[in-house]
Design a protein around this ligand. Structure first.
Ligand SMILES: O=C(O)CCC(=O)C(=O)O
Ligand SMILES: [Fe+2]
Length: 308
């Protein structure tokens, strides 16, 4: 039986807590990121009303006719803004694309959805709240690493973070699917950390160190936060970017859509991902070549089929 410990932490302990609570929060998130790469976070700054409004808005977008959605699929942007249609993105080593379509918004230059007047405002508000929560989490991680608490601040302010609203679309005839087709194939996230707003249905699983898959479920308004490859590179594998996937539901539930909204916290393109000195020693030789976040993002977008 695989043992996996995904602790639930209260972000208020860090943002409003005593010195001791702040220290405990940093140690707990660091330990979890060191062991499994995942935590559940409560009190992240988004209430139920905003999350419900977000899902309502996102569902309304994906319910638009395909021809309307395709107006917002903009060539040359590698899916980094606007709509990405079915069949475009696949996990790096997967043979077939994921069973999903999605919308991505960034810091600025986001296309406006003419058909849904509140779409930009609602997704923009969620973007800003998750960016704020993410910056606090990075402060706690910096403290765990014995860096200045503000180490990540100038690297992520006005960074390339992406809010992605995903629709795992209904499948009317599961027999028509290629054998390996899944909602989201096994992958690691590219960015520093990911903040995932609880999905509308089960399916998210993480790969434990002994090679078994373990379901992750956030309750209520809690969010799931995990380490991405950029933070793993920076810490020379001290913090783990754990493989995860979204499995298909049982056959009879394939007709039901699944929605989720991850926020991929990215730094600015010029941040160096070269391993921190103190993460390299005889037992932990330098594992990765020095690259910038921008170079690394480009390479990864090519691998998943979003960039030519
Ligand atoms: O839909 C989910 O629950 C997770 C999605 C995910 O892992 C991703 O988009 O990177
Ligand atoms: Fe992911």
């Amino acid at each position: 039986m695989s043992i996996i410990n995904i602790p639930r932490l209260d972000l208020n302990d860090y943002t409003q807590g005593t010195a001791q609570q702040r220290h405990q929060f940093s140690q707990a998130i660091g330990k979890a990121f060191n062991e499994t790469g995942f935590v559940i976070i409560a009190n992240h700054g988004m209430d139920k009303t905003l999350i419900d409004l977000l899902y309502e808005t996102v569902k309304a977008f994906f319910a638009l006719p395909e021809s309307t959605k395709l107006k917002y699929e903009i060539p040359g942007l590698a899916g980094q803004r606007g709509y990405t249609s079915k069949g475009k993105e696949k996990a790096k080593d997967a043979k077939v694309p994921d069973l999903k379509e999605f919308w991505q918004r960034g810091q600025d230059e986001n296309p406006v959805v003419d058909e849904l007047p509140s779409f930009d405002e609602v997704t923009g508000e969620v973007y800003r709240r998750l960016e704020t929560a993410g910056r606090e989490l990075l402060k706690a991680i910096a403290a765990y690493l014995c860096l200045e608490e503000t180490y990540f601040e100038e690297k992520v302010i006005q960074g390339n973070s992406i809010l992605r609203a995903i629709h795992y679309f209904p499948i009317d005839d599961p027999d028509s699917l290629p054998e390996d087709a899944v909602r989201a194939g096994a992958h690691e996230d590219i960015n520093l950390i990911t903040l995932l707003i609880g999905a509308s249905a089960d399916g998210l699983e993480v790969l434990t160190r002994d090679g078994t898959w373990y379901p992750v479920k956030a309750h209520g308004e809690d969010i799931v936060v995990n380490v991405g490859d950029m933070l793993q590179r920076l810490t020379n594998n001290k913090l783990k970017s754990t493989t995860h996937r979204v499995v298909n539901p049982p056959r009879e539930m394939m007709k039901i859509s699944r929605f989720s909204v991850p926020f991929f916290l990215h730094p600015k393109a010029d941040m160096s991902l070269a391993a921190l000195d103190f993460c390299i020693d005889a037992g932990h030789p330098k594992a990765y070549a020095d690259v910038t976040a921008g170079e690394y993002l480009d390479e990864r977008l090519r691998e998943i089929g979003l960039k030519m």
